[in-house]
Design a protein around this ligand. Structure first.
Ligand SMILES: NC(=O)c1ccc[n+]([C@@H]2O[C@H](COP(=O)([O-])OP(=O)(O)OC[C@H]3O[C@@H](n4cnc5c(N)ncnc54)[C@H](OP(=O)(O)O)[C@@H]3O)[C@@H](O)[C@H]2O)c1
Length: 307
């Protein structure tokens, strides 16, 4: 009997090791070499949602550095104008700003997203970064209707609708194209006290991975290539996370974006920076522990901020 238990424990340990190795191998494949951005088309356009601060600003700056013209979709006209001026002064690129408050996107979604698409008609859009997002913490019964609506309007609807609207044009491009969807590490396991955020991001990961498979199939038929990259960051220092102090492996937005862009075209999902890749591996192997420890931290921050 004891021998039998030993065999089972050994097999379980071996399986965990193999799973860990395979996941680590996949995760770190993305960090081995730099991405060749010319394959997406020199002087083509990248669209970034919520580009005036946080991770979105990191993407806008890095993509401008790599020579992409930029469509900036944000809610504040003045901030967009300042960003646009800064980018055009610092890099040899063009920008186009579109003012949109995504909290209104679920109201009349077809009109809302079609308007963005119409304003970019005629531009060679090669990369879409679905970055806009929103967080709400606390046990479900304390989450307000407004927060629930915002999670739907900022985290879910934009990713689904913009991905749907830009894929047809990408299928007709000769160059490679990409859609980068911001999910979260917190969407890879259940996070009590972050229920709607975690569940919403979990939807984004599932949606994005499925669309990646579809895009791969469609691209083969059309002899083109669309990379759909699902991004699951850990903690990144941005306005969204400013109340979460001393979180494990908190990194700068620039470090995060650099890791993500290195993964582009190589893998279907990434957490970006190597520190977050390690956190992902841990979470994949020890889901319950990750869930428990994140819930504890989020509960504490929620309690402190409710005081
Ligand atoms: N930060 C993290 O640790 C982390 C971790 C995992 C996943 N993520 C995901 O990564 C994405 C970006 O996160 P972040 O931390 O950079 O977020 P953030 O700090 O909230 O991003 C700020 C940006 O969002 C814009 N924004 C906020 N509400 C908006 C609205 N209603 N309509 C249009 N734009 C709006 C802000 O515009 P203004 O400048 O006008 O205010 C600003 O440009 C999100 O999807 C988030 O869920 C973040």
């Amino acid at each position: 009997m004891l021998e039998c238990i030993e065999y089972i424990l050994f097999a379980f340990g071996l399986w965990t090791l193999i799973k860990g190795y395979l996941f680590a191998h996949y995760s770190f494949k993305s960090l081995r070499s730099n991405t060749d951005f010319s394959q997406y088309g020199l002087k083509s356009w990248a669209l970034v949602t919520a580009p005036t601060d946080g991770i979105g600003l990191g993407f806008a700056e890095k993509l401008a550095f790599h020579g992409f013209n930029l469509v900036l979709v944000g809610r504040n006209y003045e901030k967009l104008m300042n960003l646009s001026k800064n980018l055009e002064q610092n890099f040899p690129i063009k920008t186009k700003s579109i003012v949109k408050d995504f909290s209104l996107s679920a109201k009349n979604s077809q009109e809302f997203f079609q308007d963005i698409k119409s304003q970019t008609e005629g531009l060679d859009i090669s990369i879409v970064v679905n970055n806009v997002g929103y967080g709400a913490d606390g046990p479900l019964h304390t989450v307000t209707e407004a927060d629930l609506l915002n999670i739907n309007s900022l985290n879910i609807w934009p990713v689904v609708c913009l991905t749907k609207l830009y894929i047809p044009g990408m299928l007709n491009r000769k160059n490679r194209s990409a859609i980068i969807n911001l999910s979260s590490l917190l969407g890879t396991f259940p996070v009590p006290y972050g229920s709607c955020y975690s569940a919403g991001k979990s939807f984004i990961s599932a949606f994005s991975l499925i669309v990646a498979e579809e895009a791969c199939y469609l691209s083969r038929q059309k002899n083109t290539n669309i990379d759909v990259l699902t991004v699951t960051p850990g903690w990144v220092d941005t306005p969204l996370t400013k109340k979460y102090k001393n979180m494990p492996c908190l990194i700068k937005k620039e470090e995060h974006v650099e890791g993500v862009l290195k993964a582009l075209g190589k893998v279907n999902y990434t957490s970006g920076h190597w520190k977050h890749q390690l956190q992902s591996i841990y979470a994949a192997l020890f889901r319950d522990q990750a869930s428990g420890s994140y819930a504890k931290k989020i509960k504490k921050v929620w309690k402190d901020s409710a005081k």
